[in-house]
Design a protein around this ligand. Structure first.
Ligand code: SF4
Length: 454
């Protein structure tokens, strides 16, 4: 979401004469777009601000002004403190207010500093200018689109309900317009994003409330869109329309990110996740009942306050049972202001380290087995860009595995079958399974020669 938000900030500033620079040293304005989910996020912000202070002082000596803005969830959570602690900062803006950036910059110019971390009454998306066609093309064939923001779940470890506010879904017609504009300018894959994306309940153009499944069904009809993804889902909000979308719509990719955090009901309850481990297993089963091809990724927290070895064993058992294609796992760290931050039974750092290592070993072995299973098969790959190796093009499989082939750049933006021959770390290597027929799609000479030599 921060990648998407950063792009939308660029879209907001472009009509005011700003262009992106390759380096912060060349910029008149530097925005730090921050995330509060990871540990030590605010310390990282302050150390980055220290570096920017040096650049700002140097620019001032040369008679040039650099404005510094802090955006995102750290700005939302700690805005006043940032203003107090970091004189280098000119503007602080929360994630719901970045459409106000031009006027905040003007206010900072006038008053010295500007801070906005209130949740505005208006919908920021209504005020964001659409990206220009050349900008969309430059960003590539895959794009994020926010459909929902905020969260009403209040997991005890999480800051999102406080930094992003309560759940708000965008009207479906606006999302359809956004996706059409992206598709018209070369985008082939859309990832719908939201903190709780499958809680989506936006107003449809028919006046009814649309679910995520209904929205996916309509987006799949947009010409040019060949792949649809969504992230991040909550197990409790998996409804029948979503399952049916996976059953019926080819463009909906069979790769579901479904965080569970823990396999222990006792810990899930302490986390206020509002589901049990069996509820989660049932949600996975519902997806698998419509397609055995669906693979899962997840998020895990180890060492949540009070987690016993028995609780952790329940997490390992759940991972073993589900079998993941990938997963993210982290040691618990308290976020100020969340209920879990006041919990007493902290798990020691050594125990957390040891549990995280065991969990990651299990997840790595599952991911490795999943990737190895692709060798010898033919899979569809959506090609994204030229790879670093000359002559190679890289794309993604349905399961987001990077796949490299030797091919001309004309295949970028197309889904083509690839015979997978080998695996190099997390990347699949293969060759196109069908010959290219369109004009200009012959192999570059040096590639053909290499092939002949082999
Ligand atoms: S559902 Fe996700 S975003 Fe919402 S509070 Fe829980 S962890 Fe945070």
């Amino acid at each position: 979401m921060n990648v998407y938000d950063a792009q939308r900030m660029v879209d907001t500033l472009q009509p005011h004469g700003f262009v992106e620079t390759a380096s912060a040293d060349d910029a008149d304005l530097v925005i730090l777009n921050t995330c509060h989910i990871r540990e030590k996020a605010s310390e990282k912000v302050y150390s980055e601000l220290g570096r920017l202070r040096v650049a700002k002082d140097e620019a001032a000596r040369q008679g040039r002004r650099i404005n510094v803005a802090v955006a995102g969830c750290v700005a939302q959570a700690e805005g006043a403190e940032i203003i107090n602690r970091a004189p280098v900062v000119d503007v602080v803006v929360g994630p719901q207010s970045y459409h106000h950036l031009p006027e905040l910059l003007a206010r900072a110019e006038r008053d010295g500093r500007a801070l906005e971390t209130e949740f505005p009454a208006e919908d920021k998306f209504a005020f964001l200018p659409p990206p220009k066609p050349d900008v969309i093309r430059a960003r590539g064939i895959s794009s994020f689109v926010t459909i929902q923001e905020g969260c009403d779940k209040f997991c005890t470890f999480c800051v999102v309900p406080y930094t992003r506010g309560s759940e708000v879904s965008r009207p479906a017609a606006k999302i359809i317009d956004d996706v059409k504009r992206l598709a018209d300018n070369g985008v082939r894959e859309i990832t719908l994003i939201g903190q709780n994306v499958n809680a989506y309940h936006g107003e449809g153009p028919d006046g009814r409330i649309w679910s995520l499944g209904t929205l996916l069904r309509h987006l799949a009809e947009i010409r040019g869109i060949v792949r649809l993804r969504y992230s991040t889902s909550h197990p409790r909000d998996v409804d029948e329309t979503l399952i049916e979308a996976h059953r019926d719509i080819r463009a909906v990719m069979p790769f579901v990110h479904l965080p569970v955090q823990s396999g222990s009901d006792r810990i899930l309850s302490a986390m206020n996740r509002k589901h049990s481990a069996d509820d989660y297993r049932r949600a996975v089963d519902r997806f698998r009942s419509v397609s055995q091809d669906i693979a899962f990724s997840s998020d895990f927290i180890v060492g949540f306050p009070g987690e016993s070895e028995q609780d952790f064993q329940a997490t390992l058992a759940l991972v073993t049972q589900i079998g993941y294609a990938a997963a993210y796992s982290f040691k618990y760290s308290p976020r100020p202001g969340t209920p879990a931050a006041d919990m007493q039974e902290m798990v020691s750092a050594e125990v957390m380290d040891e549990r995280l290592a065991r969990l990651q070993e299990l997840i790595d072995s599952q991911q490795s087995a999943f990737n190895k299973a692709a060798i010898g098969t033919t899979v569809d790959v959506l090609f994204e860009r030229a790879a670093r190796n000359p002559g190679q093009i890289v794309g993604r499989t349905a399961y987001l595995q990077p796949a490299h082939v030797m091919a001309p750049e004309t295949i970028i933006g197309r889904v083509l079958p690839v015979r997978i021959e080998s695996l190099e770390r997390y990347s699949l290597l293969g060759e196109l399974a069908t010959p290219l027929v369109a004009a200009g799609e012959t192999m570059p000479a040096h590639i053909s020669e290499t092939r002949m030599g082999a």
